[in-house]
Design a protein around this ligand. Structure first.
Ligand SMILES: Cc1cc2nc3c(=O)[nH]c(=O)nc-3n(C[C@H](O)[C@H](O)[C@H](O)COP(=O)(O)OP(=O)(O)OC[C@H]3O[C@@H](n4cnc5c(N)ncnc54)[C@H](O)[C@@H]3O)c2cc1C
Length: 348
């Protein structure tokens, strides 16, 4: 590639990790970002949960993802002199006989060895919850404060004069003299990482995005311990001491704002679960860049040279981001093949 810098469009979690990976390779770059108001990263818990769903299924590529994410976030902590990641266990309620049976099945599967420990009542250890359900501990989980990571990294980029705080105008991008020209600057390559707003990107809007709005409440509760616990919803302790509870899949994405309906619904669920009162401190919404086949979008545009996409992190950006940001750059700069499941050529 030429000696011109690279341009990244979007600085949510995806753009942040791409920037960090480019810096690791000493590739000069700039990022353009229009702000966090519609951004998914600012609403997320940053949970890395190895076992999900009603069948207690191990997440796709979990071991590979884990071995990439630990050093990645730890190095970012060193660079930004801030703690973002903690190793956690997730307490998960077995709230039906079907779930108990499913869990028992997994316990006997050698592929799941080490992923579960302790099952039983939590009332003595964590006396905050109504009822006496058995809970199982899920090991090898992480919680990364990706909101704070993104914001701290934004300040770092600004300080190094690498951040352009504007909306990217696709009409002003032109291919000239073997480089991409944008507002009087030439770039050797352009990486798009706009999250769900890539549906407005004329080069990549043919990809099957399925954006899903989610919301989160941040509450002050009586729970003293630094835990992540799940029954019909999650309670996960944030860096600032509040508890994150979020979720929801809303396919109508015209209104990116938090809704009273979600707040009422989640407050009802929390009241049904917690013995003591709680206080809602904040309420956020974000739109996840989900994909129909639930795999990320990586690769070069099929007809436009040096125009790349890093997107489709969906509901699992915290675990997918570190591995796949590196995977994309390995492909571009070291000619390594892309995994076919994530290569955008699967949709050509
Ligand atoms: C309620 C909720 C809970 C979640 N919980 C978790 C969780 O626990 N664990 C997990 O791993 N994931 C979770 N996620 C998913 C996670 O948030 C996403 O996977 C991840 O944040 C996606 O990052 P991104 O950078 O692709 O997109 P975004 O965070 O949306 O960032 C995209 C950025 O691009 C910018 N941009 C877009 N278009 C333009 C343009 N034309 N010009 C300039 N800038 C532009 C936007 O302003 C934005 O800053 C959750 C999401 C939500 C909504």
């Amino acid at each position: 590639m030429h000696n011109h810098p690279v341009l990244i469009v979007g600085q949510g979690l995806a753009g942040t990790l791409l920037s960090y990976r480019l810096a690791q390779r000493k590739k000069e770059h700039k990022i353009i970002d229009q702000g966090v108001s519609r951004n998914a990263t600012q609403a997320a818990a940053g949970l890395v949960n190895p076992i999900t769903g009603r069948y207690f299924t191990k997440s796709w590529m979990f071991e590979d993802l884990l071995s990439s994410l630990d050093p990645c976030y730890e190095n970012l902590e060193k660079l930004l002199k801030t703690k973002f990641k903690k190793n956690i266990v997730i307490w998960r309620a077995l709230n039906s006989i079907a779930q108990e049976n499913q869990w028992a099945l997994r316990m006997s599967d050698p592929l799941y060895e080490g992923y579960f420990s302790h099952v039983g009542s939590i009332n003595k250890q964590l006396p905050y919850f109504k009822g006496d359900l058995p809970y199982v501990q899920i090991n090898h989980a992480r919680k990364v404060d990706i909101r704070n990571l993104m914001l701290t990294y934004r300040a770092y980029l600004k300080n190094k004069d690498q951040l352009i705080e504007k909306s990217f105008n696709y009409k002003q991008l032109h291919w000239e003299k073997n480089t991409w020209q944008y507002q009087n600057q030439r770039y050797s390559a352009v990486f798009f990482a706009e999250g769900y707003q890539a549906i407005h990107n004329p080069y990549f809007n043919y990809l099957p995005f399925k954006p899903a709005k989610g919301e989160a409440l941040f509450t002050k509760t009586q729970v003293k311990e630094d835990i992540a616990i799940k029954n019909h919803l999650f309670l996960a302790k944030e860096t600032n001491g509040t508890f994150w509870s979020g979720g929801g899949y809303e396919w109508n994405i015209d209104d990116p704002k938090p809704t009273p309906k979600f707040k009422k619904d989640y407050m009802g669920k929390l009241k049904a679960w917690l013995k003591e009162d709680f206080e809602v401190m904040d309420h956020k919404a974000g739109i996840r860049p989900c994909v129909k086949d639930r795999k990320p979008f990586l690769g070069e545009h099929p007809n436009k040279k040096k125009l790349y996409i890093f997107n489709g992190l969906g509901t699992k950006g915290t675990s997918l981001g570190p591995y796949f940001s590196n995977h994309l750059l390995d492909h571009i700069y070291d000619n390594k093949p892309l995994r076919p499941e994530v290569d955008i050529l699967r949709f050509s």
